[in-house]
Design a protein around this ligand. Structure first.
Ligand code: NAD
Length: 480
């Protein structure tokens, strides 16, 4: 069992109150994995006091050195990869293949942002006479990073990496479901040579997160999590501070009449039930034209029945448990809601381990109507709602009929229709003949509508550096 700590002013410390919380293995919830500080506003204030003092020195650290530190942190993660895979499986519940992917992507993110430390400069502009007009990009100050449990290494690395590369100090509040992964990422940064005062780690739940967002000295708040919490954070951050929110989705995969059914079903099952349905880009709706509706439902249910539900630590398992008791309760609630709303429930017939683990078999609903909650609300579990469309135009209208705008996919061999869909989709991500899940680390990533803030929405690629840098314009003219 791990006894975790906060990192405040370069020291590993308990919470000021001494209070703690526990992390458990979602495949065996009676097994306590770790005990971590349950932090309050007092811990957050102490962390911000120390970060304020440390900020000038880190901002003045040459970009080559900042880059080198991030590269060495990536090396440190890779050196510990086997341990991290096991710990990630046990803390969050991923399958081994899913955990291996996340652990290999995280150092790649740090390397990508190491290069941005050297690349993200200002510009010069044409100007009259001897005047030179140019911009410099400066760190914004103290970045508060509040993150979810579903990618507990990968998502924070896409916040801490660019924040530190740009010369900001960071206050990091990981999810209370995956505190160890948060601590491991900070340990890797320190192993890479990051001055321990340039980062603070504050463990705890929503109260600690709210305190991070509420502190006016935290000049930029970057958050990934649920839409309701994001909205509360946004409402509390005034006009003088930056805020970036990545939130929920209700992502459709649209299947057109010419689609290969086997390929479509494989793609849908991967998008809907990968990560046990717990991805912000996960497929939660299938919009399919009438003529292939019934055959596609059959193919998806058959394909999903090849999944093997079990603890990720067992190599045979392709689908792990849900991450928490709250996740399991939410899944069960929405399955009941779907039945009560009159949708037709199709169970995927796979063995569910007989244990107290948070295991949830995939459920498919058909005969839905557009106003049903299972069609409109993010469930964040392995529950998939089918929606019938008359034709291509109807399918596009149904796909866009949601307050969310994270990701959408279309399955078709017709290039013209695929391109028309990409142009008309009201989502930040469009996938053609791919699952709604999955993203390139070097391309922009962020949702439309209620899925993101529409300022600073990018969460990957070079353009996200803009959130972490303030641009100043300088007019330089010789005297006289
Ligand atoms: P959550 O909103 O419950 O928690 C996210 C983080 O916010 C946690 O660290 C939590 O402790 C903290 N928090 C909770 N209440 C807070 C408050 N009042 N003020 C400040 N911080 C607070 O989300 P979750 O259950 O951890 O993650 C699942 C959600 O995350 C889903 O809605 C999913 O769609 C979303 N998500 C989005 C993306 C994306 O890129 N759009 C990626 C992954 C997950």
């Amino acid at each position: 069992m791990t006894t975790g700590s906060n990192l405040v002013d370069g020291q590993w410390v308990p919470s000021a109150s001494g209070a703690t919380f526990r992390s458990v293995d979602p495949a065996h919830p009676t097994e306590v994995l770790g005990v971590f500080p349950d932090s309050t506003a007092q811990d957050v204030a102490a962390a911000v006091d120390a970060l304020e003092k440390a900020a000038p020195e880190w901002a003045a650290t040459p970009p080559e050195r900042r880059a080198r530190i991030l590269e060495r942190a990536a090396d440190a993660l890779e050196a510990r990869a086997d341990q991290l895979i096991t710990e990630l499986i046990r803390e969050e519940g991923k399958s081994r293949a899913e955990a291996t992917t996340e652990v290999s992507r995280t150092p790649m993110n740090l390397r990508f942002y190491a290069a941005e430390a050297l690349r993200s400069g200002g510009s010069t502009y044409p100007a009259a006479g001897q005047t030179m007009v140019y911009t410099v990009r400066e760190p914004v100050g103290i970045v508060g990073a509040i993150t979810p449990w579903n990618f507990p290494l990968n998502i924070p690395s896409r916040k801490l990496g660019p924040a530190l590369a740009a010369g900001n100090v960071v206050l990091f509040k990981p999810s209370e479901v995956t505190p160890l992964m948060g601590q491991r990422l900070v340990e890797a940064l320190l192993a890479g040579g990051l001055p321990p005062t340039a980062i603070a780690l504050v463990q705890g739940g929503g109260g600690a997160g709210a305190a991070v967002a509420a502190d006016d000295r935290v000049t930029a708040v970057t958050f990934t999590g649920s839409t309701d919490v994001g909205a509360a954070i946004h409402a509390g951050v005034g006009p003088q501070r930056r805020v970036q929110l990545e939130m929920g989705g209700k992502n459709p995969t649209v299947v057109l009449g010419d689609a290969d059914l086997d390929f479509a079903a494989t793609t849908i099952v991967k998008g809907a039930f990968g990560l046990s349905g717990q991805a912000c880009t996960g497929t939660s709706r299938v919009v399919v034209v009438d003529e292939i509706h019934d055959a596609l439902v059959k193919a998806v249910v058959a394909k999903a029945s090849a999944l093997r539900l079990g603890p990720g630590i067992d190599d045979g398992a392709t689908m792990g448990p849900l991450a928490s008791a709250a996740q399991l309760a939410k899944y069960r609630e929405y399955v009941s809601i779907g039945v009560a709303e009159g949708a037709l429930r199709h169970d995927v017939d796979i063995p569910v381990p007989e244990s107290d683990g948070y295991f949830a078999a995939p459920v498919v609903f058909t005969d839905t109507t557009p106003d049903m909650r299972i069609v409109r609300e993010e469930i964040f579990g392995p529950v998939l709602a089918f929606q019938r469309a008359r034709d291509v135009d109807d399918a596009l209208r149904i796909a866009n009929d949601t307050r969310f705008g994270m990701s959408a996919a279309v399955i078709t061999a017709d290039l013209g229709r695929a391109m028309a869909f990409a142009a008309a989709s009201k989502t930040g991500l469009v996938k053609v003949n791919q699952p709604t899940t999955g993203m390139a680390m070097n391309a922009p990533f962020g949702g439309y509508k209620a899925s993101s803030t529409q300022t600073f929405k990018e969460q990957a690629g070079s353009s996200m550096m803009q959130f972490y840098q303030a641009e100043k314009t300088i007019y330089l003219t010789p005297a006289g």
